[in-house]
Write a protein that binds this ligand. Structure first.
Ligand SMILES: C[S@@+](CC[C@H](N)C(=O)[O-])C[C@H]1O[C@@H](n2cnc3c(N)ncnc32)[C@H](O)[C@@H]1O
Length: 348
């Protein structure tokens, strides 16, 4: 278990190889893990992973390969939302020993949030990417992102060990019966002053319509996952025992750029098609026709009432600074924020 591992030897279904690599290349992240929880998880692993993995590598029944490809080709597509989410935890400070605050990304996929934060200088978090899909954990390590196979409802980190817990970009995949456990476990892992951020989309919102009318019909996996209500999120945070909690909404658009308006439109279509694994859109269409269809469908569905500073419908404009055309498809997300009281010694 403690042998040295090279990053290429880390595989998503081998928790021991992940721990060995964490120990050697990120000892501060390895130190967050709880040996007792790890032992219980390893013992139950076979049975636990039997649930269907929508983000696996098998193209006939999963959409993991296209999903990772979409994030790799356009890693800044959701930068606006990521920036806002991390902003909810910006009270976290470095430790007296200079260590950066820790954030655990419970639905971390291929490590996109860590990658965007590193590349765009967002926040000051040392992010541990976690995910229940072995394919995603393999992809995260391959991209140089430290990662650990775990389920959001059964996290493997110690009590009071991290400064922020993020459940985002897929919270609806957590079944309603497990959602309270996730909020309560996040509370357990947080240090005084820590923040839990729960991000998803409202029942009945344009995103809900998109998943029902597009992802469910045109992907290999289908998409039958219930989204959230504001009261539901507030209830989880209250029950988990956070000292303060709020439920709010943020702009969380998709963007893509191109050298021409047409290229930007094609790029956003390609991004959304891959991200949601909409393989059936290719039936009877060329690639470009399929991307255009996705763009036009997204434009029709992602529409919002006029709001202060928020886009109501998609926008295409030339950006002088980059000399590129940028398309923005608006999307609004609901965010629950649970905060732990600061320790008495941290009070001003
Ligand atoms: C839409 S992806 C988001 C990945 C990444 N955060 C991003 O924004 O690109 C959702 C991820 O949640 C993972 N997931 C779903 N249910 C989970 C659970 N109960 N515990 C841990 N991960 C889970 C999936 O395997 C998938 O990688």
């Amino acid at each position: 278990m403690h042998a040295q591992t090279s990053r290429s030897a880390v595989t998503g279904d081998d928790v021991r190889s992940q721990l060995a690599e964490l120990r050697s290349s990120h000892p501060e992240l390895h130190a967050l893990t709880d040996p007792r929880r790890l032992a219980d998880w390893e013992a139950a692993l076979g049975a636990t992973l039997e649930r269907h993995d929508d983000f696996g590598a098998d193209a006939r029944s999963s959409r993991g390969v296209e999903y990772v490809q979409a994030q790799t080709l356009n890693s800044r597509a959701r930068e606006t939302g990521i920036r806002k989410l991390l902003g909810f935890a910006d009270t976290a400070r470095r430790r007296p020993n200079g260590e950066r605050p820790f954030l655990v990304d419970l639905l971390g996929g291929d490590g996109l949030v860590r990658k965007v934060c590193e590349e765009q200088g967002i926040g000051d978090f040392n992010i541990l990417t976690c995910d229940a899909s072995p394919h995603m954990i393999t992809s995260a390590w391959a991209a140089g992102m430290p990662a650990l196979l775990q389920r959001a409802e059964q996290p493997l980190l110690r009590d009071g060990s991290v400064d922020a817990v993020l459940l985002a970009y897929g919270s609806h995949h957590v079944p309603p019966s497990d959602r309270q456990t996730v909020a309560t476990e996040a509370h357990r892992m947080l240090r005084p002053g820590g923040t839990f951020i729960l991000h998803d989309f409202l029942v009945g919102s344009p995103v809900d319509v998109w998943f029902e009318e597009v992802t469910d019909k045109y992907s290999a996996t289908g998409h039958k996952f219930p989204h959230f209500t504001r009261d539901e999120i507030g209830g989880y945070l209250a029950m988990a025992g956070y000292d303060h909690h709020e439920v709010t909404e943020i702009d969380d658009p998709y963007t893509a750029v191109g050298d021409s308006p047409e290229e930007a439109e094609l790029e956003i279509g390609r991004y959304l098609l891959n991200m949601y694994g909409l393989v059936k859109v290719f039936d009877g269409r060329t690639d470009d026709e399929a991307y255009r269809w996705v763009t036009e469908t997204a434009r029709a569905i992602f529409r919002y009432p006029e709001g202060e500073g928020s886009l109501a419908e998609s926008e295409l404009r030339y950006e002088e600074a980059d000399r590129k055309w940028r398309i923005t498809i608006p999307r609004r997300a609901v965010v629950g924020v649970g905060r732990m009281a600061a320790a008495a010694s941290d009070a001003p």
